[in-house]
Design a protein around this ligand. Structure first.
Ligand code: HEC
Length: 178
């Protein structure tokens, strides 16, 4: 029996034929494309969901250094007892903060950070806000004012700022956790 032929035995007409050529071309074409695409993306390009996720996280962290690490829920510095972080904080302090606060923290343009006098509070949370956001001209408390305290949230980011503050806390017990 061939296609497009009547079957007479039960009087039921059955009309059969190949699907149109355009449809078959699309069908096999789509299958061929998916194989080629899959091999290309995973084999040649090395694309994977995990890799793309990692890259997006990295890009975000680079664009938002201020969100790397946060204060603990109770407002305390997570690096307080972390010796390696304190050591990194010491290096950051010496290269960035010492210019205004002196290497030994006893103060130059910026106030002494080794004494018990704190102009803007003496808890982790208060100091974190000061170092991240800086002190703008109109909120300066040194008398006479010697200059603004710059913001460090974009230049250093949260992780380095918390390391520096853990270092300051390790030198000055009057900087309280909360
Ligand atoms: C350009 C100079 C400059 C740099 C750099 C600088 N500071 Fe300051 N800092 C100041 C000044 C000036 C003040 C005082 C602001 C005021 O008059 O209220 C201050 C205030 C502070 C205070 C508050 C002190 C208090 O008694 O309440 C802290 C804490 C502090 N700085 C930490 C840092 C740390 C940590 C760094 C490095 C990441 C840093 N500062 C970098 C100039 C600087």
């Amino acid at each position: 029996m061939s296609f497009n032929e009547y079957r007479d035995d039960d009087e039921i007409k059955e009309s059969r034929g190949w699907l149109p050529t355009w449809w078959m071309v699309l069908f096999w074409g789509a299958i061929a494309f998916s194989v080629v695409y899959g091999v290309y993306m995973h084999g040649v390009e090395g694309w994977s969901m995990a890799k793309q996720y990692r890259e997006e996280i990295e890009a975000f962290e680079k664009a938002h250094p201020e969100k790397l690490v946060a204060l603990n829920d109770d407002g305390t510095n997570p690096y307080r007892t972390d010796a390696a972080a304190i050591e990194r904080g010491k290096k950051t302090f010496e290269s960035i903060c010492a210019a205004c606060h002196k290497v030994d923290m006893t103060g130059l343009v910026g106030p002494n950070l080794t004494d018990t006098t704190w102009l803007h509070g003496n808890t982790d949370k208060e100091l974190y806000a000061i170092v991240m956001n800086g002190v703008p001209q109109e909120k300066l408390k040194q008398n006479p004012p010697k200059g603004p305290m710059p913001a460090h949230k974009n230049s250093l980011g949260s992780a380095k700022v918390l390391e520096v503050l853990a270092y300051v806390a390790s030198k000055n017990p009057s900087l309280k956790a909360k």
